[in-house]
Design a protein around this ligand. Structure first.
Ligand code: EPU
Length: 420
């Protein structure tokens, strides 16, 4: 397993380009199953999770090709299998996103039930509730979701019991080809949900309200081929901004979308960052100052994203004052805390709350990545720490950050990968 080694305590400076959003690219690629003609998708990040969904779709008969400029062509004119095996779903939970499109277009799907994962139990009951409401018969047998629709799915009103991102996306994809109108209430409002709706609309779907809590889908007979460019990644954007803040640096991020991460920008300003934005760029300057500790609570969009919680915790470890971070979305998303403590951080945990009093400097240490965003927080801590930090098991980072060491090197960091 590869490792990253970082010599820290260097302010990041310079400019980099943000990649396409992982959590938009995955549902968009899954949605290719709905379309019986070739589609071209650009700004797709080259990540392990993208490779996993491409491999899953390939096994189903979708012809896929990828060029070296982040463009993917997908052709689902000849889907031969409706099966998503455990071996793939267990490596990436987002594989469950094939359920909605398969049911919507073919009336059949056999998808492994995703298990729990490092950050929580993460059930899919809301996805199944939505599919049943649209008329599918669903059995969960031997660890598999066996779904069948005897006739075309039929639109209805679905009130989600909790806000779920992939649950909303799965139901939206199933409803696109259904008969009549589907209304999803208490829908997730994340920009990635809106990006999926924009993609589907570009190919002939009739979806309105995406990005709000009520999404209305008027079923159409068929989608057609076309092109689409994936939204820039707001979590990658927030991670690099926080990397600059923790190192007291000054950076500019191009190909970013400031309006998708307002809650994060506000917290970074509270921490003392000077932030400037244009329509497709963001710059951050700490003017050499130590950040101030911030207090926040995670919640669904537009509130502060759980996917930025670990990075903000890293920032608090060296900040001035005490910050309190409450995680409300996932029940077990504090694994980075133990590793940060090994670098000298002062954090105490009380249930889903972490109280952190900043220290002057972290010390480099050997650490282990446990999930994607926890790993990102260790990279940030390593960039700020005095001395050398080793991060083991970085395959987690490769799932969600395209070329992380190249981008950080471009910003002046001393970071390299040691293959095992
Ligand atoms: N939940 C249920 N039942 C369901 C679905 C969800 O109880 O049927 C619960 C979950 O257990 C969790 C909460 O609802 O406590 C929210 O989960 P959600 O379904 O919104 O998460 P997700 O769709 O599985 C996506 C992202 C995650 C991100 C969350 C929250 C993708 C592929 N993944 O997951 O991204 O943390 O939304 O914003 O879009 C990451 O990129 O590192 C990542 C984990």
């Amino acid at each position: 397993m590869d490792k990253l080694i970082i010599q820290g305590n260097i302010p990041l400076t310079g400019e980099i380009k943000i990649s396409g959003a992982k959590n938009a690219a995955l549902p968009i690629l899954a949605a290719s199953l709905l379309i019986p003609e070739p589609i071209q998708i650009s700004n797709v990040p080259q990540l392990q999770d993208v490779a996993t969904i491409m491999s899953l779709l390939g096994q189903m008969g979708v012809r896929m090709s990828l060029d070296d400029k982040s463009n993917i062509e997908a052709d689902a004119s000849n889907v031969t299998s409706f099966f998503a095996p455990y071996e793939l779903v267990r490596t990436m939970r987002a594989s469950v996103l094939v359920l909605g499109p398969l049911l919507g277009r073919f009336g059949e799907a056999n998808v492994s039930l995703p298990g729990g994962c490092a950050i929580g139990t993460r059930p899919v009951d809301q996805h199944l509730k939505g599919m049943r409401a649209l008329g599918a018969d669903i059995e969960v047998e031997n660890g598999y979701i066996k779904a069948k629709a005897k006739k075309r799915l039929e639109g209805t009103t679905i009130v989600m019991d909790i806000v779920t991102v992939t649950g909303t996306e799965n139901i939206m994809m199933a409803a696109v080809l259904a008969k009549g109108q589907t209304i999803i209430q208490n829908a997730a409002r994340e920009p990635e949900v809106e990006d999926l709706a924009n993609f589907l609309n570009a190919l002939g779907a009739k979806i309105s309200g995406a990005g709000t809590a009520t999404i209305i889908i008027d079923g159409v007979e068929k989608l057609t081929g076309g092109t689409y460019s994936v939204l820039p990644d707001r979590i990658e954007t927030g991670t690099y901004l926080t990397a600059a803040a923790i190192t007291r640096g000054k950076i500019k991020l191009k190909n970013a979308r400031p309006e998708t991460l307002e809650s994060v920008l506000l917290k970074l300003q509270e921490a003392g960052a000077f932030i400037d934005t244009g329509s497709d760029w963001i710059s951050l300057d700490m003017k050499g100052n130590r950040p101030r500790a911030i207090t926040l609570s995670t919640a669904p969009y537009p509130a502060f994203p759980t996917d930025m919680q670990a990075q903000m915790m890293a920032l608090n470890t060296i900040a001035e004052g005490t910050g309190i971070i409450t995680e409300t979305v996932f029940e077990n998303r504090f694994m980075h805390v133990q590793e940060l403590l090994r670098m000298g951080a002062n954090i105490s945990l009380k249930g889903n709350t972490a109280i952190c009093t900043g220290i002057e400097a972290l010390q480099g240490a050997p650490t282990m990545a446990t999930d994607l965003r926890a790993s990102a927080s260790l990279v940030l801590a390593g960039l700020a720490a005095v001395g050398s930090t080793t991060i083991d098991r970085i395959y987690h980072i490769d799932r969600g950050y395209e070329c992380i060491e190249e981008k950080l090197t471009q910003l002046g960091a001393r970071i390299h990968r040691v293959p095992n």
